[in-house]
Design a protein around this ligand. Structure first.
Ligand SMILES: [Ca+2]
Ligand SMILES: [Ca+2]
Length: 188
């Protein structure tokens, strides 16, 4: 293992992607370069691309929670790029995929499941030269999907539709409630 950082500076370090996940935040903060199964590391995030189970947005969010995650927060263009590449490279482009965003609480105000706002426009949402720009569903479409036929751009869709899901491992381990001055960031 290699000590990357020590002391108070460690407290301001926010789960640097290339260092992976924290295994233990009560003692020394230990990072591993690998995600816990069944999650796969994609651009520093721990992701499951679920195609075997499909369901409504709620059902797939429940599925993600059962395996230790939630529907993914995709607010990073690099993550989105490498996720779509992963989907295609592994032949998983057989489904549309629910992601962790809805405008259920307030029409038109899309929020991620972590409470942050969804960025609108490019490169996230679908733009169709001969059609409307997404989101376009008003109160009929309140859940966000990566839509296969739109190059996996974001698209609002009826929440009861059946889709696969993009799960992300729960990131609550990014908090350091018990860190001390001798906290160390360690990578295996
Ligand atoms: Ca809506
Ligand atoms: Ca739509």
């Amino acid at each position: 293992m290699k000590v990357l950082q020590d002391g108070p500076e460690a407290l301001s370090t926010r789960c640097p992607p290339k260092y992976g996940v924290i295994l233990n935040f009560c003692g020394p903060i230990i990072y591993t370069s690998e995600c816990h199964l069944p999650f796969t590391e994609i651009s520093g995030h721990c992701i499951v691309v679920e195609t075997l189970n499909t369901g409504t947005w709620d059902e797939m969010n429940n599925f993600c929670q059962q395996i230790g995650g939630r529907l993914a927060v995709l607010n990073d263009g690099n993550l989105l790029y490498f996720l779509i590449k992963f989907i295609r490279d592994n032949g998983l482009d057989i489904e549309n995929f629910w992601i962790g965003a809805t405008d259920v609480e307030e029409e038109g105000n899309f929020k991620w499941v972590d409470g942050t706002s969804v960025r609108m426009g490019a490169p996230y949402w679908g733009y169709h030269a001969d059609e409307e720009t997404e989101p376009n569903g008003g109160t009929e479409e309140n859940c966000v999907v990566l839509w296969r036929d739109f190059r996996y751009d974001f698209d609002d869709l009826t929440c009861s539709s059946a889709c696969g899901g993009i799960c992300e491992q729960n990131t609550s381990y990014c908090k350091y409630p018990n860190a001390t001055s001798n906290t160390a960031l360690v990578m295996t």
